[in-house]
Design a protein around this ligand. Structure first.
Ligand SMILES: C[S@@+](CC[C@H](N)C(=O)[O-])C[C@H]1O[C@@H](n2cnc3c(N)ncnc32)[C@H](O)[C@@H]1O
Length: 232
């Protein structure tokens, strides 16, 4: 991936011209803003960044949230080691726990977390519907989940266009591009949510490849709330 935590352009910053290979702004910041807009930022929460990789989204969330703890989960132990190192460097090491685990069998008790986020990982799960059922199981009543991928709604337009251009260039064949888009389509997300038996959910964004729709920069997200029993 080209973008990361190194570049600190402000969300929404507009730059008209940019060298073709210039580094792109940090999308974890803009995705974290969207997550907080949906999930809120009440104190004392337990979050989980599922398929965290090197921890970009989980750490951006911890930096924005006033307090609370983050479970960084991934099947890849090397990625988790990098995530932990990054957490310490960013001064939030005491607020994270790294856990080796996969979405299809999350090693956490029922109703144990307040917010589940997962960015750029859903497409790699072996059984995506089972992963969604697991997320539902570990969410506390009233808990929220935001699963999918993207750059964040306030990601600068120029960088979004450039990101999509690079992604198009990196597609190896039309068949690969078709599979990529299908895995990220709103129809696929809806089908999987229904297959998982989620009682209510919404799919926002338009998927991974087109740059024309203003909502495309949001990416594609499945969002849901596990309503408390007396809210149902
Ligand atoms: C493209 S990386 C995304 C990392 C990070 N969330 C980000 O946005 O930069 C995909 C991550 O999903 C993880 N992953 C793959 N299969 C998974 C599964 N079944 N459950 C949870 N995570 C998985 C991979 O190990 C990898 O770290």
């Amino acid at each position: 991936m080209t973008a990361g935590r190194a570049s600190r352009a402000q969300p929404g910053e507009h730059r008209a011209e940019k060298a073709p290979n210039a580094e792109l702004p940090d999308y974890y910041q803009t995705v974290a803003e969207d997550v907080i807009a949906f999930c809120g930022d009440q104190g004392g929460r337990v979050w989980i960044d599922l398929g965290t990789g090197p921890g970009g989204l989980g750490l951006a969330l911890l930096e924005k949230a006033s307090d609370g703890a983050m479970v960084l989960m991934d099947p890849n132990a090397d990625a988790l080691r990098r995530a932990l190192d990054a957490a310490r460097r960013h001064g939030v090491g005491s607020r994270v726990v790294a856990v080796i685990g996969s979405a299809e069998s999350i090693p956490l008790p029922d109703e144990s977390v307040d917010v589940v986020v997962s960015r750029g990982s859903f497409y790699f799960w072996r059984d995506r519907a089972q992963g969604l059922r697991e997320i539902w199981r570990i969410l506390r009543p009233g808990g929220r989940a935001m699963i999918g991928g993207g750059l964040g709604s306030a990601y600068p337009q120029w960088a979004r266009q450039e990101f999509i251009r690079r992604r198009r260039e990196s597609a190896k064949s039309p068949e690969e591009a078709r599979k990529f888009a299908e895995a990220r389509s709103p129809e696929t997300f809806r089908r999987l949510a229904i297959e998982a038996g989620l009682p209510s959910f919404e799919v926002v964004g338009e998927g991974g490849l087109t740059a024309d729709d203003p909502n495309t920069g949001i990416g594609i997200w499945l969002r849901f709330t596990k309503e408390a029993a007396n809210d149902a």
